[in-house]
Ligand binder design. Structure first.
Ligand code: F6R
Length: 264
């Protein structure tokens, strides 16, 4: 896993956006896996800026979001579909029919989840999956105890997640209890994962996910099994990492390594 520590949330967001933008430039018809929540907001702002000021073009890009609250309509202002429209889709030239977010009102959830998986497959698979991390270690809504081979399905949210996400709702009682979420297995099939985290509240769980054991109690730790993960985190979230100096050393040596490879 490549671990990049940036000084703050702004620098983290810009760095993460560069990874997404480079892919979109190199492969205009790429498939992006997207996340919601507070963490990626700055990255989306930066992508919108790149679209407006640098002509970054999303017209051939396909997107799949990680998850959606069960029971919320797409136009509910706390739904993840609404979040994506507000924070990204309405401000770039992605084609609406190429954006996918699980349907929180699906009648037949199992059937919807199977179809979601099939659509991902038929699109050629996710090239780059953006991920945040929950304070209980979840990626998407794969709460502690989720199978590391899990696929898209309905999931019961933990009390911790409900409390964390209550900040977006009028009251805790309004936070949905269930979500439709890609599984850990689904996420691990993405060709590259970009894990973002900022703030001291994430320090403990980031240390567990990156340097702890692989366990379904911290589903983000499953990323250790993936061959191409880039974690872009800020200083606060990196606070409890023991190998931080080495991660920085690797970054410092990258240029030298690339120079040597070029010569070869
Ligand atoms: C959101 C998602 C979640 C969040 C996580 C962190 O689509 O899948 O796993 O990434 O709950 O949320 P924030 O960024 O609000 O701390």
């Amino acid at each position: 896993m490549r671990v990049i520590v940036e000084c703050d949330n702004g620098a983290m967001s810009k760095r993460a956006a560069v990874f997404v933008a480079n892919l979109v430039r190199r492969k205009p018809d790429c498939v992006l896996g997207l996340a919601t929540g507070g963490t990626p907001v700055g990255m989306y702002q930066e992508l919108v800026r790149m679209h407006n000021e640098e002509g970054l073009c999303f017209s051939e890009v396909t997107t799949f979001n990680l998850d959606e609250y069960y029971g919320l309509a797409p136009d509910h202002k706390e739904s993840y579909r609404y979040f994506m429209q507000q924070n990204l889709f309405d401000h770039i030239n992605v084609k609406p029919e190429k954006t996918h977010v699980p349907d929180g009102l699906a009648d037949d959830v199992d059937d919807h989840c199977e179809k979601y998986e099939r659509m991902i497959d038929e699109s050629g698979g996710i090239d780059l999956q953006v991920l945040g991390i929950g304070s209980d270690g979840h990626i998407a809504f794969n709460e502690p105890g989720s199978s590391l081979g899990s696929r898209t399905r309905a999931k019961t949210l933990t009390q911790e997640t409900i409390q964390d996400n209550a900040r977006f709702f009028e009251s805790q009682g309004e936070v949905p209890r269930f979500a439709i979420t890609m599984g850990v297995g689904t996420i691990l099939e993405s060709r590259r994962c970009l894990l973002l985290a900022n703030g001291i509240k994430k320090a403990k769980v980031i240390a567990e996910a990156i340097e702890g054991s692989v366990t379904m109690q911290v589903t983000a730790s499953a990323l250790q099994m993936h061959k191409d993960v880039i974690a872009v985190i800020d200083e606060d979230a990196a606070f409890l990492l023991e190998r931080r100096d080495y991660y920085q050393h690797v970054e410092d040596m990258t240029e030298e390594w690339e120079r040597m490879c070029d010569k070869g």
